[in-house]
Design a binder for this molecule. Structure first.
Ligand code: CAA
Length: 389
């Protein structure tokens, strides 16, 4: 039985800042951000969008009635969750009107949370081939104004439907993974911004990639030429490029050209969104599939990295007619209808927060084009609305 990605969608909020403008405001050369880091625009979440609404908006695009009935497991990978106890999956379950006969849980291991959910979903489908699993990966990356990590912030979510006989990508069974206890990036429960040792995190990303890639080749007897493309977790697009470059010379000139071109296609969406932690690897997969015309049957490699740290290399095979299962127009509309904000406006949005003393705040959702929004908070309970209901 084939198990894999049946449908895949993403959502990014309607506001963004241009990295050239951010560079000027921070007194650095724009090329450092656009070439050295490899980011053009950074998505900004208004207060009316949080990880729950971003995920719900991503899932709304891909689910039909049949999916809603068959989903019996919702897994929400995030590292910017809104509650230490209740899972974000339950809010999305309600907002989407899914069957009550479903499990709903949250997964955490930094940016690896989405991949962990997908791998567990495979096991669930193997035991329950008739059911479907909704995997959500959603994050708002915050390092703080005027920090070196600021340029690698972002906001967005990916929704992945895992099923038997998938429409988009059959996930192959062999994968290689690695855990090491390191402090490259973390966010203590009392902080709303991440702590990071930037250079160390870059080194560890590369070291983890090298180790799982070597192990994967040993385990599978595959070589670089067996891959049409490799998608990377993209904290910023240059990071993935650096990792790809370390293995390119394992292939012929033709293979190097193919992998380099397909890598560029896989970075186009991330260049406009920024880091969305758990969802970044899957945003690069969506970008690749929607920006490049790959043949069915192609093998795609995927490298997932979550600081702290867990890394995994796995792969999938593109399915016949996979294009019919993509949401290309919806995603283009999402990008085309965004509004650019100035650096001053971005800073002001960044500093706005919900009250934490139990007082009531009502939010104006009329300026937010997303169907699902956070409309306020009352008695420490977030209030959500689905404008389509
Ligand atoms: N033109 C072109 N390139 C320029 C340039 C210019 N004018 N000026 C500088 N550059 C280049 C530099 O040469 C450098 O390139 P290389 O990395 O290829 O050498 C690049 O721009 C970045 O410059 P710096 O190293 O000086 O940048 P920095 O110290 O200000 O910060 C960062 C970079 C460490 C990534 C920082 O943004 C950060 O800490 N980000 C958050 C952590 C992160 O994303 N880590 C990634 C791995 S961890 C992970 O993957 C998990 C996760 O999602 C967080």
């Amino acid at each position: 039985m084939k198990i894999g990605i049946d449908k895949i969608g993403f959502y990014t909020p309607h506001l963004y800042v241009d990295m050239n403008n951010l560079a000027v405001a921070r007194g650095v050369e724009p090329e450092k951000f656009t070439i050295g880091i490899g980011q053009d625009e950074m998505a900004i979440a208004p207060l009316t969008q949080d990880p729950v609404t971003l995920a719900a908006n991503a899932a709304l695009q891909i689910l039909d009635e049949n999916d809603r009935e068959k989903i019996d497991f919702v897994m929400f990978g995030t590292e910017s969750g809104i509650d230490h106890s209740k899972s974000a999956a339950i809010y999305v379950h309600e907002l989407l009107g899914l069957s009550p006969h479903a499990r709903s849980i949250e997964m955490k291991q930094a940016c690896y949370g989405g991949t962990a959910a997908i791998q567990l979903a495979k096991g669930h489908i193997a035991l329950n081939p008739e059911s479907k699993v909704l995997v959500l990966a959603s994050d708002i990356a915050r390092y703080g104004l005027q920090t070196s990590g600021e340029v690698t912030q972002g906001a967005g979510a990916v929704a992945v439907l895992i099923s038997a006989e998938p429409g988009v990508l059959e996930l192959e069974n062999i994968s290689t993974f690695l855990t090491k206890d390191i402090m490259d990036f973390w966010r203590p429960t009392y902080s709303d911004v991440a702590f990071v040792d930037g250079k160390f995190s870059n080194e560890q990303y590369m070291a983890f990639f090298s180790e799982v890639w070597e192990e994967y080749k040993k385990k599978t007897d595959l070589t670089i030429s067996d891959f049409e493309a490799i998608c990377y977790h993209l904290p910023y697009t240059k990071m993935g490029l650096k990792a790809l470059r370390t293995i390119l010379d394992e292939g012929s000139e033709e293979v190097q050209k193919r992998l380099s071109e397909n890598f560029q296609a896989s970075t186009l969406y991330s260049r406009k969104v920024g880091n969305i932690y758990t969802a970044s690897l899957y945003l690069s997969l969506i970008s690749l599939l929607e920006e490049q015309d790959l043949e069915a049957g192609s093998r795609i490699g995927l490298f997932s990295y979550g600081s702290g740290a867990v890394g995994e290399f796995f792969s999938g095979i593109l399915q016949p007619n996979y294009r019919e299962f993509l949401s290309v127009d919806t995603h283009k509309d999402n990008f085309n209808s965004r509004t650019e904000v100035t650096v001053t406006e971005y800073e002001s949005i960044f500093q706005k927060t919900l009250p934490i003393d139990g007082s009531t705040m009502e939010l104006d959702t009329s300026q937010d084009p997303a169907p699902i929004c956070l409309s306020g908070i009352k008695d420490h309970e977030r209030q959500y609305i689905n404008k389509h209901k």
